[in-house]
Design a protein around this ligand. Structure first.
Ligand code: FE2
Length: 152
């Protein structure tokens, strides 16, 4: 195996990890959209939906980046669960601010994951992924900013 093959393989792994996190963060954000309660219900219900839509839009882009690189990608909920670092939250009675804080932490870990993908793309000489990661990072930092201001 050449070093180019190695660096592309590492990038594919990194992108698949990010894709699994993207699906998991999407489901968690929708979960909170559905279950949030309290005086801020209206704003948070809408904000979580906006963020979930933005997150979901990344899934196809990520999976197709992997295919363009010659790799295979997520095939099932089981494959997503095995790869993601985003923890499940099945407590439907969670306090609204706890939901905001949890999504803030998850979006910040997502930003860190994007940084790993960017480094792997640089190693592999994949300019398209490197460029796209900058936009995805800006989006994730915007989500984190909104959540941080609410939690302040
Ligand atoms: Fe809805």
């Amino acid at each position: 195996m050449t070093s180019k093959d190695n660096s592309t393989g590492a990038l594919i792994d990194s992108l698949n990890g990010l894709l699994a996190d993207t699906f998991a963060l999407y489901v968690k954000t929708k979960n909170f959209h559905w279950h949030v309660r309290g005086p801020q219900f209206h704003d948070l219900h809408l904000l979580f939906d906006t963020q979930a839509t933005e997150i979901f839009a990344l899934t196809d882009l990520l999976a197709e980046r992997v295919r363009k690189l010659g790799g295979t990608t997520m095939t099932s909920i089981g494959a997503i669960a095995a790869k993601t670092q985003i923890a499940d939250e099945d407590d439907t009675s969670l306090d609204a601010m706890a939901m905001v804080k949890q999504l803030l932490a998850d979006n910040l870990s997502y930003v860190a994951k994007l940084r790993e993908v960017k480094a792997a793309a640089g190693e592999a000489g994949d300019n398209a992924t490197e460029g796209a990661v900058d936009d995805w990072t800006d989006q994730a930092e915007q989500r984190a900013w909104f959540l941080r201001e609410i939690a302040a």
